[in-house]
Write a protein that binds this ligand. Sequence first.
Ligand code: GDP
Length: 296
Amino acid sequence: MFDSLQDRLGGILNNLTGRGALSENDVAAALREVRRALLEADVALEVVRSFTERVREQAVGATIVKSVRPGQMVVKIVHDELVALLGSDQVAIDLNAPAPVTIMMVGLQGSGKTTTSAKLAKRLSEKQRRKVLMASLDTRRPAAQQQLRILGEQVSVATLPIIAGQGPTEIASRAAQAAKLGGYDVLILDTAGRTHIDEPLMAEMAEIKARSAPHEILLVADSLTGQDAVNLARSFDERVGISGIVLTRIDGDGRGGAALSMRAVTGKPIKLIGTGEKMDALEDFFPARIADRILG
Ligand code: GDP
């Protein structure tokens, strides 16, 4: 498949041993390869540009030491910079608020919102012993509410009873009330998506947010999202205001570039990753692993 960045840079830089420091020219040649590797890993162009600029600043003038090959040296700079940008610390789902703590899941259709809602509910109820209620606010797709109910049964988590004819905000209000009265610790709201970002979707999300005052708003996004990742993350963050990102389908062929793009444009942490279709395929996000994957 792809050559690793290490291999590519080795060919360009490793004959430099013996010279004192990396020159502008050496670094420019290396950065062309870095740029290519990032684009192949599906990192959005505007993010690639600012990222390579940061690497350039650190690499020009870096002293070539005998024990480390120059190629390796640049790979380490790139790797460390990737980890720094992806967020070097893990950030957990924040449940530190009066119960019921509301978590709103947003994202495009098919990104994995419903699946992730159920996975998260399972994790919170089994591992963290929270009493969780889930509610689907997706009244656009006929089977969406049923889908969440079935997943809820699978993971032994309660779902809000379905009342035909109610709109998303009505369901949100009913869910909040049911969570309060039922003594639930956490309420997960699974919202409707669209095939692409549009104003009605954003308006609906903003209204649901106003109605339910969520403590966490998680953008669920497919890790295979390419150049669109920037627009997606920026739109949801500017219009709705997200508190974190869940990256799904990390088990697929994607190289994870969307993680870098979304994190870079929003500054919001990637909190969880989806690693499969099964209900326990939800893991904490480790920046170094994605950095390795992006670098190939
Ligand atoms: P929604 O429209 O955003 O609610 O998306 P769904 O939750 O219905 O997910 C769409 C499809 O993606 C389903 O077939 C899920 O099983 C699948 N899916 C969701 N997350 C993952 C994941 O992390 N890995 C894989 N392989 N499939 C996933």
